[in-house]
Design a protein around this ligand. Structure first.
Ligand SMILES: [Zn+2]
Length: 186
């Protein structure tokens, strides 16, 4: 992972969100996850961020690092789950809430169940890959001995807008690149 400032992208049009510390509800923690997602953008990663809260405190925070670590498992949720387990000294996260800007994929939904995360709160639904109700509801498998409570749609618009803007920019850049190659070959 390279955090050299000169390598960071500076074209993210979104500002970090700083909610009041007084009311530590879902919006408060999702704002922290959102700010993590902005960090992902700066690192040229798909902007998804996650934090884990325990007793009203953030005990883990991470953003997607698939590209920089060349690791398909380096999703924000996976990194946050590992961090939280290290912080608590226990892999069981029953009393924790995982906040993530996008509905968890099959891997991260599975990891949430395996880590016994008490509750998962996400921003925007993912009807293609989301496995906590979007494409599939993994948490409802009848034989599971751990039930994850799921809340959807906290800061949905902001989380959606962020992802949409990132992919639009990427598509525009890809097109520009293609056009340039086209010009050069004329
Ligand atoms: Zn995932």
């Amino acid at each position: 992972m390279d955090d050299t400032p000169s390598l960071l992208r500076d074209d993210c049009p979104f500002e970090p969100v700083y909610p009041s510390q007084l009311e530590r509800g879902d919006e408060f923690f999702m704002a922290q996850a959102f700010n993590q997602a902005l960090q992902a953008w700066r690192h040229d990663e798909v902007p998804i961020g996650a934090v884990i809260a325990h007793n009203g405190q953030v005990i883990a925070s991470a953003f997607n690092r698939v590209e920089s670590s060349r690791d398909a498992t380096a999703h924000a949720e996976m990194l946050a789950i590992t961090q939280a387990a290290n912080t608590l000294g226990d892999w069981r996260l029953n009393h924790c809430t995982l906040y993530v800007t996008k509905e968890p994929c099959p891997m991260c939904s599975g990891a949430s169940v395996m880590a016994r995360v008490g509750r998962v709160v996400f921003g925007v639904e993912d009807p293609k890959m989301g496995c906590l109700g979007g494409a599939y509801a993994l948490e409802k498998l009848p034989q599971l001995n751990h039930r994850v409570e799921v809340t959807a749609g906290v800061m949905r618009e902001q989380c959606h807008a962020l992802l949409q803007a990132f992919f639009e920019l990427k598509r525009a850049q890809a097109k520009q690149c293609k056009d340039k190659i086209g010009d050069a070959s004329l």
